[in-house]
Design a protein. Structure first.
Length: 133
């Protein structure tokens, strides 16, 4: 793993949460993006070397909507940048971690992504991401 890439935060409404985080971080949202495969709209902020990703569901049956329904708004996942996502997936499976998808998929911010099941990672949803070249 190269570095902590971003922290994902589930929110009900970007129109409320973006201004809140702009004030908190004293930084402007630099990018919004819809990720159809995940049924979310994202908003990104820079916080030093790391990024903060706000996630708003675009579908009442989507993962983020279900998450907020169970746990409320807040920390959703942490993401780590990797240089070779397939090799890292193989390594982690060999170590006993459970992947939520068998193949990487296109995520936000020009990344290939895969998630580890929280039950195999101490209750934390972990995302691996690799820049698409």
């Amino acid at each position: 793993m190269l570095k902590l890439e971003h922290i994902g935060i589930a929110v009900n409404d970007l129109s409320t949460s973006v201004p809140l985080f702009e004030k908190l971080l004293n930084s402007q949202c630099y990018k919004r993006e819809e990720v159809e495969s995940e049924k979310v709209t994202t908003a990104f902020f820079r916080a030093g070397e790391c990024k903060i990703e706000l996630l708003e569901s675009t579908d009442a049956g989507g993962v983020i909507s279900k998450y907020i329904g169970k746990k409320g708004e807040g920390l959703h996942h942490i993401a780590f940048e990797v240089s070779d996502i397939k090799a890292e997936m193989k390594r982690l499976v060999a170590e006993g971690y459970v992947l939520l998808n068998e193949e990487p998929k296109k995520g936000a911010d020009n990344k290939l992504v895969v998630f580890l099941h929280p039950k195999s990672a101490g209750g934390v949803l972990v995302e691996l991401c690799q820049e698409i070249k």
